[in-house]
Design a protein around this ligand. Structure first.
Ligand SMILES: *Cc1c(COP(=O)(O)O)cnc(C)c1O
Length: 380
């Protein structure tokens, strides 16, 4: 079976992990700081904070921006459920902004319209979480202008987008956001097995994130609120979590960071091969000239939604593990119970009805792409 996404682990990655296993620290060792520094330098953000998943990262990102009961958070319905669950963890209310069918990203025009409406109703969001779908950045400059006008904070869910660029600068530099979140799950661009990272330009936010990932505890003498009782002393100052990454995972992530550009270049080569070999009348996600995608996913859109189920089923029967990203979050049973209904976000629903994710990962060959393209052509 050709999977839709798969990690690429080489001997350097294995050696990096084994070295940690032979060292004194399995967790909270030197690899974590090195991994954070590598991501912070790559992205050009002053601070990077590693955690055990992007889901944890999104949760503490919301908390660090003060999201709590009574607050409203908006995100894209065309995403993984973690993009909106993070707000519910904080007892906030979630709502969605519909997407552009052409890119799968939230529509700036619909965001503007929804903000104007919300202003009248006094239901403006505290935080908006744009999701860089499939590795292509949202239009962050425009979203940041709206943030200025309507006074909300921005968390970029860049789980798909490490290695991507927006206006020639790396996603993750937080030029147009308060916090940016990456995932290092094995299907993503680089992996640390499980793992996530937050980047920010703001020292205060970074301090809060570091505290929240480790029980709300500090042992830094300058941060203590009571008298220092000795070298063993620490204080729990807020309600945090154990969201720490291990040194083993960080060593893998650090080693993979060295290969990030190579991976993204390879993904671009493979998507060019798809463009060459797929039927020419097939619709692909539109790429904005402002963006350089990391191509986490390769999505095609069928004209005829009625055929989608049969095509995906047949692709799998023939050894091609096609997938669909995403079932709109608001259609999940849990979100139905919160009051969302079919028809609430028609673009996300239309997009979902037509989308197929074809396999894309660095180890595919041109022959694989030809096989997938020919099989899809035949099924269509
Ligand atoms: C994968 C993913 C997440 C969650 O990442 P984990 O590291 O698995 O917690 C969140 N948002 C999006 C858009 C994702 O694709």
């Amino acid at each position: 079976m050709i999977p839709y996404g798969k990690q690429d682990i080489n001997q350097d990655d294995i050696d990096a992990v084994v070295n940690v296993l032979k060292s004194d620290y399995l967790t909270q060792g030197p690899a974590i700081g090195q991994f954070e520094q590598a991501v912070s330098e790559y992205c050009g953000a002053e601070y990077a904070i590693a955690v055990n998943s992007a889901t944890s990262a999104l949760h503490i990102a919301c908390l660090a921006l003060g999201v709590s009961k009574g607050d409203i958070v908006w995100t894209s319905p065309n995403s993984f459920v973690a993009s909106s669950n993070c707000a519910i963890y904080c007892d906030a209310t979630v709502d969605f902004v519909d997407i552009d069918v052409e890119t799968g990203n939230i529509s700036v025009a619909l965001l503007r319209a929804k903000l104007q409406e919300a202003k009248k109703n006094n239901t403006l969001p505290k935080v908006v979480i744009p999701v860089h779908f499939a590795g292509q950045s949202c239009d962050m400059a425009e979203i940041a202008k709206l943030a200025n006008e309507f006074h909300f904070k921005i968390i970029e869910d860049a789980s798909h987008a490490i290695g991507a660029k927006y206006q020639n600068s790396p996603v993750g530099n937080c030029q147009f956001s308060d916090i940016c979140v990456f995932s290092f799950h094995p299907v993503k661009i680089i992996t640390s097995a499980e793992g996530g990272m937050l980047t920010t330009k703001c020292g205060n936010i970074a301090t809060k994130l570091k505290s929240l990932r480790s029980h709300g505890i500090t042992n830094q003498p300058k941060d203590l609120v009571k008298d220092d009782q000795g070298p063993w002393y620490y204080e729990q100052q807020s309600l945090g979590f154990n969201y720490r990454i291990t040194d083993i995972q960080a060593a893998l992530g650090l080693s993979q960071m060295k290969r990030l550009d190579e991976f993204v270049t390879r993904r671009h080569q493979l998507t060019a091969l798809y463009t060459k070999h797929l039927p020419i009348n097939l619709t692909h996600l539109m790429q904005s000239p402002d963006c350089y995608s990391s191509y986490h996913l390769y999505v095609v859109l069928l004209d005829n939604a009625a055929k989608r189920k049969e095509i995906v089923t047949q692709l799998r029967a023939r050894g091609i593990f096609a997938h669909v990203h995403y079932i709109p979050i608001h259609l999940q049973p849990y979100y139905h119970n919160l009051g969302f209904r079919k028809g609430d976000y028609p673009n996300a629903e239309e997009y979902y009805s037509k989308a197929i994710t074809l396999p894309l990962h660095p180890n595919l060959t041109e022959n694989d792409i030809i096989f997938i393209s020919d099989t899809l052509r035949e099924l269509m």
